[in-house]
Design a protein around this ligand. Structure first.
Ligand SMILES: Cc1cc2nc3c(=O)[nH]c(=O)nc-3n(C[C@H](O)[C@H](O)[C@H](O)COP(=O)(O)OP(=O)(O)OC[C@H]3O[C@@H](n4cnc5c(N)ncnc54)[C@H](O)[C@@H]3O)c2cc1C
Length: 415
């Protein structure tokens, strides 16, 4: 691995730096933006985020790795890393629409026809159209292939009935990518089909889910005879699992951005705090914890750099992303918990105006459990690492070889 910029990358970095200095708001000195997971709703306004994305797109910096005709910049994953590194010095909501651009976009690139790509991708890249990912259901999360939302062919259309849940950003979304059951009579993996769906239609109802941090990041989405034209099908009928795997591969890249950024700011914050009249960082227990978190963040940063290098050379994201997500999400939760304790009584004040660091750590603490679930739970990340890195045997699959309709469940669709 060589992490030094090539001459071309040096040129790109300075071009990006100059543009950001002219067009983005620098982080105020001492601002704690560390450890904020990507896509968190937080205080960032969706409209502000859309305006930032449009500005980036107009300057040619949207979706750097996508083809130019699809609204991207025709660059590679290393350029994206350079962008992220430079962006870390600015306050703009830069990773806000990662579900659409990071997950749905690649599915469309792989499986839609060129006419559809030219029509939909540039508007996705500039965030004029927001997209959501409609996979999880009340009875299917980690085992997404157990889903029951059904799509039935009707002439040139498909009729969709069922329910999705935990759909991030559905309330803002013009379109979604939805995974459905099209044939319950065969194996659960082979009987699924993926579609793009217009969310703005009478058959789609969105119910907010209120979070404990008072945000409303995700939703339940109900489909009652929702209509999707066959031209919005992604891949073959019955090819949904293959499409889903493509999305999940790319989701790994996106979730690996859960790794904490701004560790240096966090350390600086610790150095500024006192405990019982002594500097906090002189406490041996605190020093031990800081050292341990330092090692973890350095490890996931290097693993992530290795993954981006592989992707830039045409490879696929590997199990490093699972590692980054598992360690990074747990560490973010631990640090938020630690900081709320160090802040004493003010650690429980949620009102940004009265709370130190604008209640950053309080918000992180409430958000952290969700981040450990989203994009694959801790246990699923451990399974990936066990099977793909350590070479341990696969989990036993009790429903192997069975038709979906024969798998015992409470779903009426399987009857
Ligand atoms: C903030 C957030 C945003 C999300 N956004 C979206 C979105 O936009 N679109 C979308 O489709 N979904 C979204 N999700 C849903 C997310 O993908 C699921 O929550 C996740 O896949 C887990 O599924 P589940 O909640 O049904 O839990 P389950 O799969 O029911 O898991 C319950 C528990 O069992 C454990 N478990 C399950 N299977 C295994 C196994 N094989 N081995 C060991 N342990 C296991 C899990 O680790 C977990 O602890 C989001 C979730 C969150 C928290």
């Amino acid at each position: 691995m060589n992490f030094n910029d090539t001459p071309e990358q040096t040129r790109f970095r300075s071009e990006v730096r100059n543009w950001l200095q002219a067009n983005a708001t620098p982080k105020p000195p001492g601002e704690v933006k560390a450890l904020q997971p990507a896509g968190a709703e937080g205080s960032v306004n969706y409209i502000d985020a859309q305006a930032w994305y449009k500005k980036k797109a107009d300057a040619g910096y949207a979706c750097l790795t996508w083809a130019k005709e699809h609204g991207g910049a025709g660059l590679n994953a290393i350029h994206q890393v350079i962008w992220n590194q430079e962006m870390a010095h600015f306050s703009e909501p830069d990773n806000y629409f990662f579900i659409g651009q990071g997950n749905c976009g690649p599915a469309i690139t792989h499986f839609a026809n060129e006419e559809t790509k030219l029509k939909l991708l540039p508007r996705m890249a500039s965030a004029e159209d927001i997209w959501c990912q409609l996979f999880s259901e009340p009875g299917a999360g980690s085992d997404i292939a157990g889903l029951s939302t059904k799509a039935v062919s009707d002439g040139d259309n498909w009729i969709i009935n069922g329910q999705k849940i935990w759909t991030s950003g559905a309330q803002y979304s013009r379109y979604g990518v939805i995974l459905t059951r099209t044939d319950p009579g065969i194996s659960k993996y082979r009987g699924m089909t993926m579609f793009m769906i217009d969310m703005d239609q009478p058959g789609v109802q969105i119910q907010p889910i209120k979070q404990m941090d008072e945000g409303h990041h995700f939703n339940e989405v109900f489909f009652n005879d929702a209509v999707v034209p066959d031209s919005y099908r992604l891949g073959e009928i019955g090819g949904g699992w293959g499409c889903a795997l493509t999305i999940l591969m790319h989701e790994r890249l996106a979730v690996s951005s859960v790794q904490p950024t701004g560790f240096a700011e966090f350390l600086a914050t610790c150095k500024s705090l006192e405990l019982n009249g002594e500097k906090l960082i002189n406490d041996p227990v605190v020093r031990e914890r800081l050292a341990s978190w330092y090692c973890q963040q350095a490890g996931i940063l290097n693993a992530s750099n290795r993954m981006f290098t592989a992707v830039a050379k045409g490879g696929m994201p590997g199990a490093e992303a699972a590692l980054g997500k598992l360690v990074g999400a747990t560490m973010s939760q631990e640090i938020a918990n630690f900081m709320c304790q160090q802040l004493g009584q003010s650690g429980i004040i949620m009102e940004p105006g009265y709370s130190e660091f604008d209640a950053h750590y309080q918000n992180s603490l409430l958000l952290a459990p969700g981040i450990r679930l989203a994009g694959g739970t801790d246990e699923i990340m451990r399974n990936i690492i066990a099977e793909q890195v350590l070479g341990l045997p696969q989990e036993p699959r009790a429903d192997k070889g069975m038709a979906y309709s024969e798998i015992p469940s409470g779903n009426t669709l399987t009857q």
